[in-house]
Design a protein around this ligand. Structure first.
Ligand SMILES: [Zn+2]
Length: 899
């Protein structure tokens, strides 16, 4: 095996040949992005791009192996495959490295990208490197800034105060709520920051989850749903009549038509307005509803400046809407609100007519029916930019400001006279200035390290009034903004005049998106939001960016921990594995072992480089993929090498036999009847395994199942007598089939096997391109006359298999399947003419299943009685059989004892 793997090393024969073939194919199929609309089918296979930390980890090996298999598979289907790779390259680690090691974040990041790219190439992954993007390139973040300006132009960006975690020792803002180096307890402080009004798209994002194109999302749909929440209310932008003139107050209510009936706005102690006031100085009331304080400012009804509401701070917030930090008190429909208003003598009006069907005391909406009033109030609010869109009580807007250096600069210029002015589109990108050194502390509270870049920042010309004393915004964007649209840029990465051309954009949606579950909420939510927005702008042809999701399971490894003393983690090399209980070699202390996520601090990390150096890239891939389906956890151990090695060895031995039977003397003979039987068996085996493998590749993405199917096909080939191997075309055909089916999983090894097969003296199958590599072969299909089957299930048991031609099976409907089944004796014996309920599903080109049970509701009392008797009789027979078995067993045991 090692000898074969040696060829795969960088620069080796197979590797070079594979790369050449790949380049040839690229030349035959010119850049898909420019021809996607006119050329044939494009399949977009996208693995989540990595953060360039500098070294691949085993989770990367897994996700990129899965995506590479998918890319190979779809290329074999004749599709033009997009399989791009890039870097999610902004973020805190670069900034921390810069502070610790006095390097430039860009240099640190560039070095990491270079070394990780080399590692990926070493793994033999077929990425479209000419599409590579890095979010920290000005040519990329120019368009991130462009998206920000577009959002701003559509009134979807605003500034508001929000609380940030302030580390008083390090003098930095910290997102995690704890200091990354000082360990100091952070303070929460209000800071004016930039927000994206993503909540305006809540309904659209919720509806998108029902789109039928989404496959494989499973629980991700419910994760998205629960993040967004039920859009059962509406938000309104109330004014604040206080010194904070720029601050708005967004208020959610499920009854917008009763706006004029509201008496106050209640807030929780966590609300920004509660945090920006000295609570000890607020007037306090002890009422039945608990402690309530009154703020020295009021909210103003966005539709009626005369309608002014007090703002009350509630210390008991049980009655607030779910996960909301505020609520609108409407006494007419809420007893609690009524009693609070009465206790504090807050005036309120009745807005419902006696029969509760029409509005009164509601300005121009008085006299309208509730439904009509609701519609016109929402219309008005939307027209005046005062909210009025459906959203849940819990969903919050997207805070995108970061007081960080290494991120996309927010393209805003602050002018004393004009306020916050957007940088004109033609002036993009606003390039991140180089800083001589990233100082440890950022200086004043809430200041980004960018505040040190005086020349970049100060005395900028205001795009609006031309004053040259304006100042640049120093906040940078949340890295989730960078990664919310990278899949669009891959389609047209070098376009200097547009974010993505109309033609290339047609490759959306992504056909298969592969990544970890940890990104199934926030990243997917933001990427979906941005795509819905870009669809609204006419840039994305679709609202939903990702069709099929493969949510890969985590890679875990054996972890060792001391039982006693301080519970220290112990590296595996320090553990004596030869005895139970396990002990640490040096101290003799007992250790326990369990599976856990890999991490440096637990000494359980596995470096992919060591594994690849030891086993080669194809074997590493197979070890990663063959043990667990992509969505399950992979409990990493090198033990799986044994079975992979067996599989590879079997391939090699079969290949040698395929060669030798035509040049060496073959012993033995078979009768023609026996020969025929083997031929039949091999035909069935090939078809059966092709059907299963194709279904796994195309539908379930269960790559573990693919390996099992191939192992099973090889076994069928293995047990064939040598004479049959020599004379029966089906042997060579089966082996060729197995090699091609295996190629996406293990491309270099299979390319080598195919070379071997080409050297077989007698080519019995004319259907292959024997002058070409394995990558030029047609993908194996079932014989058109081979029969698939419709399985009939009753009480989780298969009671019948009906062979059907492929076309008949693919065309089956629930009705036609039931009709077929009803005529069969097996069905008749159980169901007769009794009414039944059935469930049907068909997996095209694979199988169909009809699940049948009695329809008790439709049965007559007579029929039900009969059925009960039948069941009783069945149970009795079962009992009898069991007793017979026990008796037989006892008899054998008795004999043994006698002996
Ligand atoms: Zn100005």
């Amino acid at each position: 095996m090692k000898r074969v793997e040696a060829h795969w090393k960088k620069g080796g024969r197979i590797r070079a040949e594979w790369q050449q073939r790949y380049n040839e194919q690229q030349q035959q199929q010119p850049d898909q992005a420019n021809t996607a609309s006119q050329a044939g089918r494009t399949v977009y296979v996208l693995p989540m791009f990595p953060y360039p930390s500098g070294a691949l980890h085993m989770g990367h090996v897994r996700v990129y192996s899965i995506s590479d298999v998918m890319a190979h598979y779809h290329r074999f289907q004749g599709a033009q495959v997009l399989h791009p790779m890039g870097w999610d390259a902004f973020g805190l680690p670069a900034e921390n490295a810069a502070r610790q090691h006095h390097v430039q974040p860009q240099d640190w990041t560039r070095q990491n990208i270079a070394s990780m790219k080399e590692q990926l190439i070493h793994l033999g992954l077929t990425f479209d490197w000419d599409r590579e993007v890095a979010t920290c390139d000005p040519s990329y973040y120019r368009w991130t800034q462009w998206i920000f300006l577009q959002l701003l132009a559509q009134n979807l960006v605003y500034q508001a105060e929000a609380l940030v975690n302030w580390d008083p020792v390090d003098r930095t803002v910290d997102e995690n709520g704890r200091s990354w180096r000082s360990g100091a307890v952070v303070e929460k402080k209000p800071l004016k920051q930039w927000f994206v009004r993503s909540t305006q798209y809540a309904q659209s994002l919720l509806d998108g989850l029902d789109e039928s194109v989404l496959t494989g999302w499973r629980d991700v749909v419910s994760m998205q749903r629960s993040w967004i929440g039920p859009c059962d209310g509406f938000k309104f932008k109330f004014g604040l009549n206080a010194e904070l003139e720029s601050q708005d107050l967004w208020v959610w209510t499920s009854r917008p038509e009763l706006l004029w009936g509201s008496a106050f706005v209640g807030i929780t102690p966590e609300h920004i307005l509660a945090q920006t006031h000295d609570q000890s100085e607020l007037p306090e009331f002890q009422i039945n509803e608990g402690r309530v304080q009154r703020l020295p400012l009021q909210a103003v009804n966005p539709m009626d400046p005369k309608h002014i509401l007090p703002i009350l701070l509630f210390h008991d917030t049980d009655d607030f809407p779910s996960e909301s930090d505020h609520f609108l008190g409407i006494p007419e429909i809420c007893a609690m609100s009524r009693s609070v208003a009465e206790a504090l003598t807050i005036p309120f009006t009745s807005v419902l007519s006696t029969d509760q069907t029409t509005l009164m005391n509601s300005s121009q909406f008085s006299g309208q029916s509730l439904a009509a009033a609701k519609a016109s109030i929402l219309d008005q609010a939307r027209a005046h930019n005062a909210g009025g869109y459906a959203v849940s009580s819990r969903l919050k807007d997207w805070l995108i400001s970061r007081q960080r250096y290494w991120g996309t600069p927010i393209p805003i210029i602050h002018c004393e006279g004009c306020g916050a002015v957007p940088v004109p589109f033609e002036d993009l990108p606003v390039v991140l200035p180089e800083l001589d050194s990233l100082k440890h502390e950022t200086g004043e509270f809430g200041e980004s390290p960018l505040a040190q870049a005086r020349e970049w920042l100060e005395d900028v010309v205001c795009p609006k009034c031309g004053s040259n004393h304006a100042r640049r915004e120093t906040d940078t964007m949340d890295t989730f903004v960078d990664s919310a649209w990278y899949f669009l840029r891959y389609l047209d990465p070098k376009n200097g005049s547009e974010i993505c051309g109309q033609g290339p954009a047609q490759a959306l949606p992504v056909d298969v998106y592969i990544g970890g579950k940890e990104h199934a909420t926030l990243h997917l939510y933001f990427a979906r939001f941005i795509t819905h927005f870009l669809h609204h702008l006419g840039i994305s042809p679709v609202k939903e960016p990702f069709k099929k999701l493969i949510v890969q399971g985590m890679v875990k490894s054996k972890t060792y921990k001391q039982v006693t003393s301080d519970g220290r983690f112990v590296p595996e090399s320090e553990v004596d594995l030869s005895q139970e209980p396990l002990v640490e070699k040096s101290s003799g202390e007992e250790v326990i072992s369990y599976w856990d996520k890999m991490s440096k601090s637990k000494f359980n990390g596995v470096d992919p480089k060591h594994v690849i150096d030891k086993y080669g890239c194809d074997t590493t891939r197979l070890m990663m993929l063959a043990e667990a389906s992509p969505t399950a956890e992979r409990l990493w151990s090198e033990d799986s090498y044994t079975s992979i090695n067996q599989l590879q060895t079997r391939f090699l031995k079969l290949l040698r036999l395929a060669q030798s039977v035509h040049v060496e003397e073959v012993k033995g003979s078979v009768r023609s009847k026996e020969f025929k039987a083997h031929e039949e068996r091999l035909i069935n085996s090939r078809n059966f395994h092709v059907s299963g493998t194709n279904f796994a590749y195309a539908t379930t993405s269960n790559l573990r199942f693919v390996v099992h199917k191939i192992q099973s096909l090889l076994k069928d080939l293995w047990i064939t007598p040598d004479v049959v191997k020599r004379d029966c075309v089906e042997f060579q055909r089966g082996l060729a089939t197995a090699i091609i089916l295996m190629t996406p999983m293990s491309p270099h090894f299979c390319a080598e096997l195919w070379e071997g097969l080409r050297q077989v003296k007698v080519k019995q199958c004319p259907n292959y391109r024997w002058d070409k590599t394995v990558f030029h072969q047609d993908w194996p299909q079932m014989d058109r006359d081979w029969k698939l089957s419709l399985g009939v299930e009753f009480k989780d048991k298969n009671i019948d298999q009906i062979p059907l031609s492929i076309d008949t099976l693919n065309d089956l409907t629930h009705k036609s399947a039931l009709k077929l089944v009803e005529e069969r004796p097996q069905y008749q014996a159980i169901f007769g003419t009794n009414p039944v309920l059935s469930e049907f599903h068909v997996e095209k080109d694979h199988r169909a299943v009809l699940n049948v049970k009695f329809d008790m509701a439709k049965m007559s009392p007579q029929q039900r009685k009969q059925l009960r008797e039948q069941e009783k009789e069945e149970k009795r027979r079962k009992r009898e059989r069991r007793q017979e078995k026990i008796a037989a067993f006892q008899a054998i045991e008795a004999k043994k004892t006698v002996k």
